[in-house]
Design a protein. Structure first.
Length: 110
């Protein structure tokens, strides 16, 4: 499994943030309840002039591998994608994907 997701972080009014508080954002994938791909990052920005100094999407890319049972009659597996953001004590909005450079690829080998 391979993925890349753009992450846009703003305040709840959709404005870029420059308050100097740390933000943590992460994404992970589970297959049949097992976490197989995890990636997280953090940033902080402070502007002494009140102007935006960090903007645009950040990118998280990860990969993982898991061996799954199968059969010649076919097998079903559940894939879930989770995304989180921690905005310290400030209101934070986080959008994952939708930046045009996102991929999510599952490779099956047998």
């Amino acid at each position: 499994m391979v993925y890349q997701a753009g992450v846009t972080i703003t305040d709840t009014s959709n404005a870029f943030i420059y308050d100097g508080r740390p933000r943590i954002y992460r994404i992970f994938v589970e297959i049949d309840g097992r976490k197989v791909a995890y990636k997280g990052d953090a940033y902080t920005s402070r502007s002494t002039t009140g102007t935006t100094i960090v903007n645009g999407p950040f990118y998280l890319n990860g990969n993982g591998y898991v061996q799954l049972p199968g059969s010649t009659a076919g097998t079903t597996h559940e894939i879930k994608v989770f995304a989180e953001v921690y905005g310290n004590t400030a209101s934070t909005r986080c959008s994952y994907g939708g930046n045009g450079d996102d991929i999510f690829q599952v490779l099956v080998r047998y």
